[in-house]
Ligand binder design. Structure first.
Ligand code: ADP
Ligand code: ZN
Ligand code: ZN
Length: 789
């Protein structure tokens, strides 16, 4: 029976790690749950303050007679903080992390960023009376008071010139620049009528040199008042006009109507829209959002950061104006906090942003949309290593909201759930408007080599590039670099050196060996291809820079832009390149996976995928899925406007099902083949994986910790009689075996029952806490990892 509650008092957001233990009185045993709002005695004077329960335990942490009892449990107050704390607890339980890390993820941290305030001084007495007071102060020679009253009474001073108009009609009456100048509320004429005469506080102090104490005095005398208004730093700051609205196609209409009808009938569900690239999913989102906010409910719109471009945000802005706000990693702590505050105060209806926007403190959340739901960036790489999709569904459950997932290439997880009926599935099989899906060609690079073409451009790709350049249409060249980790392959036959035990590619090390990072298998790097005997076997990889260079050499007249991590380092680098390309300032855009997400360039009629295979050799089980997604999304950039598009996929492995299915735009066929593989090898979603990382500066320590945990896991599974259906892989050095001088070891545990893995994790956490072997070792748990370690 739980007797004690850990309580955080005063969510100042800086002190989340500091909780206090209180005892739970008998009468509150049932109501004292995680997240409950409580009133507790605090401090020397035992004054009563609010707090939230963040943990429950049976053990006292102090002498029992020093622990005070909870005064009252106010659990029926449906405050947003309670919901978010419950969510944090669920994240901690489900993904493994400390309650601290979970709370800090979920509750916006204020830090000590001062939020800006706009203070305005106003006359608090009738004009006549003010004039009398002014005379009085003149006689007493109170200069400061006189100056201030003069301005307030007769505003025909030079102050008008200093005033800043805030009538751009975009901000919520919110001055982003910090606002100095007289505030115009309503129109100009009003301020000379019965409108209370006023002046900006800072202006009075800085321009009129009126002492703060003078203002205080006049306020105490009841002559003036100071109004304080929070100034939010609004990251959205531009003007747009309403555009003609797109008429939804019958399919789009059908999906949005069904979802809206269900919503209005009070049904809360999880939906998955599988719509090909450019099928108009966003238009469907806009329609549904509109209906939800008309009910007075709020919406969180998740978009991967890389797709969160100006172009995308503007589509929402045109529809909903300043009822939206955006969140991204470029916002300062203060700006982030302000956005959350605006949400909490009901100043906005829609929050758009990446993963972290999921924790927007909306009181009346009605809908969470997750666009590009397959994206790896929805999984947190730091503890708690939560997946935003699962958290979104949980948050929706707590808040009584629906969830809408959308993708052209759904994750196997979501599609499996949709097929099982857990999510409701909708399909948009064709493109919106007049656009049609592009024609896709596969070029076998082994054939090019036979034809003595050693260029990175196949003969066909070169032909099409010349054609587009002559027609003044645009080209995207996509270099699939993802997952490139020094694997070795044969340029004659495409053979890849793989681990005989694990079906992952081996990684080349400088000392001439090939290593498997799943099981530790090692072999010498061959000098001849074991499959065909060719000497053209080497580590593989082509960089964007190299491609740009070759394009310039082979197509000297073409204007080329390159987009990769190097060229997008600056604050707006990413946005600048995209808008230059959109403005037709270049003919060819060369880039990595950065360019394949959600961009809409109507003049692009050719997409060339230089080496489609690269992502296939990443040493993790999601390599094929990621390849399919990248190819389908890259291909999806072609022919989005009125002009039809073509795509060329250059590959050494045209027969690989990821590449074959992507070339036919056949998601279902890809899904079936990939699921066979996952079922066979018990990879998610066929089963679950618990990945355990041990990291330490001392390699032996990291290795030993991994060995201990692997052993303990084995024992635990044995006791539970789950040895049969559990696979424990490792310990072995991680793919990234050393980072910043920290050595990393991995254990992977495969098991179909997620709860079983959670219990194992809890057990191991206990073991880690009580054994000194783990002292200078960092240990992280990751359920169903998205990336290799
Ligand atoms: P997705 O989100 O599925 O990639 P978008 O919503 O971005 O697709 O739509 C792709 C393009 O098609 C956009 O330029 C959009 O304006 C256009 N579009 C979408 N639906 C329609 C429609 N019903 N009629 C005309 N154009 C449409
Ligand atoms: Zn292996
Ligand atoms: Zn070969």
């Amino acid at each position: 029976m739980p007797n004690y509650a850990d309580i955080i008092v005063d969510i100042s957001h800086e002190n989340l790690d500091k909780s206090y233990q209180y005892s739970i009185p008998e009468e509150y045993k049932e109501k004292a749950l995680i997240g409950a709002l409580v009133i507790v005695p605090f401090g020397k004077g035992n004054r009563f303050i609010n707090g939230y329960i963040v943990g429950i335990s049976t053990e006292p942490k102090w002498k029992v007679d020093l622990i005070k009892p909870i005064h009252q449990v106010v659990s029926d107050a449906p405050v947003i903080e309670s919901q978010l704390i419950s969510l944090a607890y669920w994240i901690k339980e489900t993904f493994g992390a400390t309650m601290n890390d979970a709370l800090k993820t979920v509750i916006p941290v204020k830090k000590s960023v001062k939020s800006k305030e706009k203070k305005t001084l106003r006359l608090a007495i009738p004009l006549e009376e003010a004039r009398e007071q002014l005379e009085l102060f003149r006689r007493k020679n109170n200069r400061g008071r006189v100056r201030l009253l003069e301005v307030l009474i007769d505003q025909s001073t030079d102050l008008k010139d200093a005033s800043v108009d805030n009538a751009d009609g975009v901000n919520t009456g919110v001055d982003v620049n910090g606002g100095d100048g007289k505030r115009h509320s309503g129109n100009e004429e009003e301020s000379t009528g019965d409108f209370p005469l006023e002046i900006d506080y800072e202006l009075a102090v800085n321009k009129l040199n009126i002492a703060r104490t003078t203002i205080q005095d006049l306020e105490n005398l009841g002559i003036i008042t100071t109004d304080v208004e929070k100034l939010y730093r609004n990251p959205l700051n531009s003007t747009v006009s309403e555009k003609d609205r797109i008429v939804l196609s019958a399919e789009q209409q059908c999906i949005s109507e069904e979802i809206i009808t269900a919503y209005n009938a009070g049904l809360r569900e999880t939906y998955l829209i599988h719509g090909v690239t450019g099928s108009g999913k966003t238009e469907v989102y806009l329609e549904i959002i509109d209906a939800v906010i008309k009910q007075g409910k709020k919406v969180i719109m998740l978009i991967p950061e890389i797709a969160l471009t100006y172009q995308t945000v503007m589509r929402f802005y045109r529809r909903f104006g300043n009822r939206i706000s955006i969140m991204n990693s470029k916002l300062s702590q203060g700006e982030r906090y302000d956005q959350f505050l605006r949400a909490k105060n009901g100043d906005i209806d829609i929050m758009i942003g990446p993963r972290s926007a999921l924790f927007t403190p909306f009181e009346d959340l009605g809908l969470i949309i997750m666009d590009e739901e397959h994206e790896g960036s929805y999984k947190s790489e730091n503890p708690p290593k939560y997946h935003a999709r699962e958290v979104a569904i949980k948050r929706a459950e707590i808040s009584g909201a629906s969830v809408l997932l959308g993708s052209a290439t759904p994750s196997l997880e979501s599609y499996t759930k949709a097929l099982k009926g857990e999510y409701k599935l909708y399909t948009l099989p064709s493109r919106g408007g007049e656009a049609i899906l592009p024609k896709i060609w596969i070029e076998d690079l082994r054939e090019e080599l036979k034809k003595k073409n050693k260029s990175i451009f196949s003969i066909h790709l070169r032909e099409l590039m010349e054609d587009r350049l002559s027609k003044k249409e645009q080209i995207i060249l996509f270099i699939n670099r993802r997952g490139y980790a020094g694997f070795v392959s044969c340029r004659s036959c495409g053979h890849v050196m793989k681990c005989p035990h694990c079906d992952v590619s081996l990684t080349a090390h400088n000392n001439g060996t090939l290593v498997c990072h799943y099981c530790g298998h090692e072999e010498r790097t061959p000098d001849k291809c074991p499959a065909c005997g060719s000497r053209y076997i080497a580590a593989f990889g082509t960089g964007t820079q190299k491609v740009e260079e070759l394009v310039r050499k082979e197509f000297p007249g073409a204007r080329v832009l390159r987009m990769d991590t190097d060229t997008t380092k600056t604050k707006d680098g990413h946005e600048k390149i995209l808008s230059a390309f959109a403005n037709l300032e270049a003919d060819i855009l060369v880039g990595t996976q950065m360019i394949v997400k959600g961009h809409d360039f109507p003049m692009v009629t050719l997409v060339g995928i230089i080496a489609a295979d690269l992502s296939l050799y990443a040493s993790d089980y999601r390599a094929s899925e990621r390849t399919y997604q990248l190819l389908a999304q890259a291909a999806g950039r072609a022919g989005r406007g009125k002009l039809p598009g073509e795509v060329i996929i250059q590959t050494y492995q045209p027969e690989h099902y990821s590449i074959d299915a992507a070339s036919k735009n056949d998601y279902i066929s890809f899904y079936k083949q990939e699921m066979n593989y996952r079922n066979l090898l018990k990879y998610p979603p066929a089963a679950h994986i618990l990945a355990i990382l041990t990291a330490a500066r001392d390699e032996n320590k990291a290795a030993f910790a991994a060995k201990l945990l692997g052993g303990a896991a084995k024992e635990w599974m044995k006791e539970r009689e789950s040895t049969e259906d559990t696979v424990i892989i490792g310990p072995a050095a991680a793919v990234l075996s050393k980072a910043n001088d920290i050595y990393r070891y991995m254990i992977y545990i495969k098991q179909a029952d997620y709860d079983c893995l959670i219990q194992l994790k809890d057990y191991l956490e206990g073991y880690i806490n009580y054994s000194e072997h783990f002292n200078s070792c960092n240990i992280q748990f990751d359920f169903d990892p998205m990336n290799s370690y």
